[in-house]
Design a protein around this ligand. Structure first.
Ligand code: UFG
Length: 345
C-alpha cells in the first residue's frame, strides 16, 4: 500500500537514492533537508529518474516548530531519518556541533512524530557503533565498543534513545540500519556522492584522482594484519543500501509482531582491502590509478565486515551488486559531475 514517507536529509547521497527506490515501490516522498551538504538540484535529478518529484521543505531539524509545520502540511505515514553530520574528523574538531545536530534532530523528530501520531521510523546508523570487533564477521548481537569519535558516539546515543523510547510502549516501530561502507552511484549517473572539498572517503578520492583532480591516492597503511597489509571494509552499493530502507519500511508497516525496536547490519558480508579496491577500480574503469602507501590514518580500524544473515532473513533483502558495479557506477558519476558541474574544491 502506498505511503507518504518523510526523508530527512533526503537530498543527500543515501537519501536521494532512497527517494528513487521509494518512488519505484509506489510510495510518495517528502524531503526535509537544510541543504548544508547537498544541492537542491538533486530534486531535478530524482524527478528525471523517477518521473515524479518529491515535495521539498528546506529545514534544519533543530527547528522543532518548522518540523511540526512539515507534519501539519503533509499527511506523513512514516519517516526515514538520514539528516546528520557524518565526518569523523570534523566531529573531533567540533563535538558540540555533532551532538547538537545529530542528537537534537532525532529528539525533535520523535517529538513531532508523537504529536502527529506517526509511528514508523527507519534510522541511519553505522557500523561505527561496533568499533573494532573482536570476532568477524560482526553480527547485530556484537556489543558496542566505546566510540572512537564524537560522530560515532552520536550514532550510539541515537540508537540508545530509540531503544529506551520504544520500551515506553509509546507505539513507535523503529529500525536502525547499520550501514557498512556505501559507495557507487545510480546507474543513470544523475545522482551520486558529492563531497564538499577534499574527500575523506576512499572511493570519491579514487574517482577524483582518476579524473585528474587529485595527484594521487594515499593508501593509509600497508602494515595491518591482513593478506595484503591494507585495511578491510565491507563496501556496499548505495542502490542496494537504498533498497534496504524500502524493505525496512515494509517490515515496520506490515509485521505487527516484530519488536518495537530492531537493528540490522546492511552490508554485503564480504571484506575487501584497500588494494583490492584499487585493482578492481582500475579494471572497472580501464584507467590506471596513481597511489602511494603512507602511514596509517589516526582512528582507523583494521578490518570490519558484516554478518548479514539476520538482515537477509528478516528484511527479505540482500545486496545484489558487485564491487565492479560499485566502482564503475562511481566512475560514471565522476565523469558526469566533471562534465556537468566542473571540478570541486
Ligand atoms: N583510505 C585510504 N585513503 C584515502 C581514504 C581512505 O587508504 O584517501 C582507506 C581508509 O584508511 C580505510 C578505507 O580506505 O581503510 C575506507 O576508508 P573510508 O574513509 O572510505 O571509510 P571508513 O571505513 O574509514 O569510514 C566509514 C564512514 C564513516 C564511518 C565509518 C565506520 O565514512 O562515517 O565508515 O562506520 F564512521
Amino acid at each position: 500500500m502506498s505511503k507518504r514517507v518523510l526523508l530527512t536529509g533526503g537530498t543527500g547521497y543515501i537519501g536521494s537514492h532512497t527517494a528513487v527506490e521509494l518512488f519505484a515501490a509506489g510510495h510518495d516522498v517528502v524531503i526535509a533537508d537544510d541543504l548544508s551538504n547537498s544541492s537542491v538540484t538533486v530534486l531535478d535529478r530524482i524527478s528525471e529518474i523517477s518521473g515524479r518529484r518529491p515535495d521539498f521543505v528546506k529545514l534544519d531539524l533543530r527547528d522543532l516548530n518548522g518540523l511540526k509545520q512539515v507534519f501539519r502540511r503533509f499527511d506523513i505515514d512514516a519517516a526515514i531519518h538520514f539528516a546528520a553530520r557524518k565526518s569523523v574528523g570534523e566531529s573531533v574538531e567540533q563535538p558540540l556541533l555533532y551532538y547538537d545536530v545529530n542528537v537534537n534532530s532525532l529528539l525533535n523528530l520523535l517529538v513531532a512524530m508523537a504529536e502527529f501520531k506517526v509511528d514508523t521510523l527507519v534510522f541511519s546508523s553505522s557500523c561505527t557503533v561496533y568499533g573494532q570487533p573482536d570476532v568477524l564477521p560482526v553480527s547485530e548481537s556484537t556489543p558496542f565498543q566505546p566510540a572512537s569519535s564524537p560522530y560515532g558516539n552520536t550514532k550510539q546515543i541515537c540508537e540508545h534513545i530509540l531503544r529506551d523510547y520504544s520500551l515506553t510502549g509509546v507505539g513507535l516501530k523503529a529500525i536502525s540500519l547499520r550501514y557498512f561502507n556505501p559507495v557507487g552511484a545510480h546507474e543513470s549517473a544523475l545522482i551520486g556522492e558529492l563531497p564538499l572539498g577534499v574527500p575523506n572517503n576512499l572511493v570519491p578520492f579514487i574517482t577524483q584522482t582518476a579524473a585528474g583532480l587529485r595527484e594521487r591516492l594515499q593508501v593509509f597503511g600497508d602494515d595491518y594484519d591482513t593478506a595484503d597489509g591494507t585495511a578491510i571494509r565491507d563496501y556496499i552499493h548505495v542502490v542496494d543500501l537504498a533498497r534496504a530502507h524500502v524493505s525496512a519500511l515494509q517490515r515496520s508497516l506490515h509485521h505487527p509482531n516484530a519488536a518495537n525496536y530492531e537493528y540490522f547490519n546492511v552490508g554485503t558480508g564480504s571484506g575487501t582491502s584497500v588494494m583490492e579496491v584499487i585493482k578492481a577500480f582500475e579494471a572497472a574503469a580501464g584507467v590506471p590509478l596513481p597511489y602511494k602507501i603512507v602511514g596509517r590514518r589516526a582512528g582507523d580500524i583494521e578490518q570490519i565486515y558484516a554478518d548479514t544473515s539476520t538482515a537477509n532473513a528478516e528484511l527479505d533483502w540482500r545486496a545484489e551488486k558487485t564491487l565492479a558495479d560499485m566502482l564503475s557506477s562511481a566512475w560514471q558519476w565522476q565523469q558526469h559531475i566533471a562534465a556537468q558541474d566542473g571540478p570541486v574544491g
